[in-house]
Design a protein around this ligand. Structure first.
Ligand SMILES: [Ca+2]
Ligand SMILES: [Ca+2]
Ligand SMILES: [Ca+2]
Length: 506
């Protein structure tokens, strides 16, 4: 991404009355890389052939309603004329439409307008459009385009420019139109390098209702079915109470004694650990000489994980991963072997007074990545399955699904691997190979259990280790919730190697 951001001549501001040189000039390709549409599509187009003085390329948004936001660099606080060179021409279905520009609650006065009239249509041409005048704050503002009625749905711009403007002579509504900065410049970065700015932005997405916080294991549990090495008081409960908000029962058990469970989880860099105390009035042991069939055919706790692409395809990838990984932790008789779970995974079952206990180690390698790190998140669902062969028809089979709902695109909530802090998150760089000297853009999410401060984002060797660069943020998160973040960092010169980005908490 190359953004022309010339140094503003502050001395000239007061005397600038006529059109000034733009201090920010986003080309069609800049707009293409900065545009964030909520719907529709953005792409480059060639101007119609019969236009004189046409630019090489236009930025086009095919809108399906929604909004298109562009983060525009602002070199210094002040008043600016916001203008574009636009493609002007006939307005018809699937052709150019009518669009307005907004910034938060502020609306700019002038609209992009495709030509509409009775035929013959006038020929296409390029035209100057002044969207309006506003006070803009450094280092960047979000300017938003919205369709404003009519049948057309295409907006084609050659550029977007900011020209500084003195406050004298502005209309009251222009003086009042003040657009706040959309981003925070991180401490210690000089804003003189244009595209190498360190930018950071954060928004709360939802609460933590769909996040299962998984604490780190102080010591790896011994997988023997004895849960003495677990703090089961921190377990969550799977019974009828979860159904309205956090799962389902299909068909529903008769009572908690028929089927219910307490489940605890922890993790280290190799494994996701799980301990369960299951109540079941009729256990169905698996006969030693039977082949293991589906875990839904016997008493089982089924763990369902959807490995996310940013982990299975990233620097810690263990090769191709299945779309969904299921582990059937099935009950078996004392002394008999359990269900084979595959390499690096194991579980053990013991009998209890009113059911059975399960202890399991599920390797992250079997989910498609390793080692696991603080902040990793993945969709996770549990299905508690009960088969009671001695019971009358209709009561032989029942089950609970836990963590099923709108918590992720996988249709379940997500597990978040926690460290020592009250929050953890992941930072996903836009590309795997970080090029020194070039800015790296990233996205990510954070799950916070309460108010907490994100101190910095660090560049670290892949798989962990001491930071080779750190960018101070000191950004306070006001309370518990799922937050979404994005930004870019200027990368320093680094020794050859593979790197990752990591969050540092206060
Ligand atoms: Ca144990
Ligand atoms: Ca039962
Ligand atoms: Ca049973």
């Amino acid at each position: 991404m190359r953004i022309t951001a010339l140094v503003i001549a502050t001395l000239a501001l007061a005397t600038m009355v006529l059109a000034a040189e733009p201090v920010t000039e986003l080309s069609a390709s800049d707009l293409l890389s900065l545009a964030r549409p909520t719907s529709g599509e953005c792409y480059p187009t060639k101007p119609p052939a019969n236009i004189t003085d046409a630019p090489d390329e236009l930025f086009t948004w095919a809108a399906l309603g929604g909004q298109l936001t562009v983060r525009v660099p602002v070199p210094a606080d002040g008043y600016y004329v916001v203008r574009s060179s636009i493609l002007w021409g006939p307005w018809a279905q699937g052709r150019l439409g009518r669009f307005i520009m907004t910034a938060g609650a502020d609306k700019f006065p002038n609209a992009y307008q495709g030509w509409y009239s009775t035929p013959p249509d006038p020929p296409y041409r390029m035209r100057e459009l002044v969207w309006g005048i506003a006070h803009l704050s450094a280092p960047a503002v979000d300017l938003t385009f919205e369709p404003a009625g009519g049948g057309g749905r295409l907006m084609s711009l050659a550029d977007l420019r900011l020209e500084p403007r003195a406050a004298e002579g502005l209309k009251p509504e222009e003086l009042e139109r003040k657009v706040l900065a959309a981003v925070v410049v991180t401490a210690g970065t000089e804003v003189d390098t244009g595209p190498a700015w360190a930018l950071f932005d954060l928004k709360q997405q939802r609460g933590t209702e769909w996040t299962a916080f998984v604490p780190g294991a102080a010591k790896a549990p011994k997988i023997d079915g004895n849960l003495g090495d677990w703090q089961m008081d921190k377990a969550f409960v799977i019974d009828g109470s979860i159904v309205p908000e956090r799962g389902w029962a299909a068909p529903g058990p008769e009572s908690d004694a028929d089927l219910s469970a307490q489940v605890a989880m922890s993790w280290d860099d190799k494994n996701l650990y799980l301990a369960a105390v299951v109540r079941d009035d009729l256990k169905t042991p698996h006969a030693e000489n039977d082949a293991w069939g589906t875990p839904f055919g016997c008493d089982s706790l089924v763990v369902s994980i959807v490995p996310p692409g940013w982990l299975t395809l990233g620097g810690r990838s263990e090769g191709p991963a299945p779309l969904t990984v299921m582990y059937g932790l099935s009950y078996y008789s004392p002394g008999a072997p359990g269900r084979p779970l595959g390499a690096d995974c194991s579980y053990a079952v013991t009998d209890t007074q009113d059911g059975y206990a399960i202890e399991a180690a599920l390797s992250f390698a079997s989910m498609g990545w390793k080692p696991a790190m603080v902040g990793d998140r993945f969709p996770l669902g549990l299905i508690l399955v009960d088969v009671d062969p001695g019971k009358p028809g209709g009561k032989v089979f029942d089950q609970y699904g836990w963590n099923f709902g709108p918590g992720s695109t996988a249709g379940t909530g997500e597990a978040r691997l926690m460290g020592a802090g009250a929050a953890a998150g992941e930072v996903i760089p836009e590309r795997e190979t970080l090029a020194p000297g070039a800015p790296i853009r990233y996205v990510g999410t954070i799950d916070a259990q309460g108010p907490v401060t994100l101190e910095a984002i660090e560049v670290v060797p892949l798989g962990g280790g001491a930071a080779v660069a750190s960018f101070d943020l000191n950004r306070a998160l006001p309370g518990a919730g799922r937050y979404r973040l994005w930004g870019q960092l200027p990368l320093p010169e680094l020794p050859p190697g593979r790197y990752d980005l990591r969050m540092v908490w206060e």
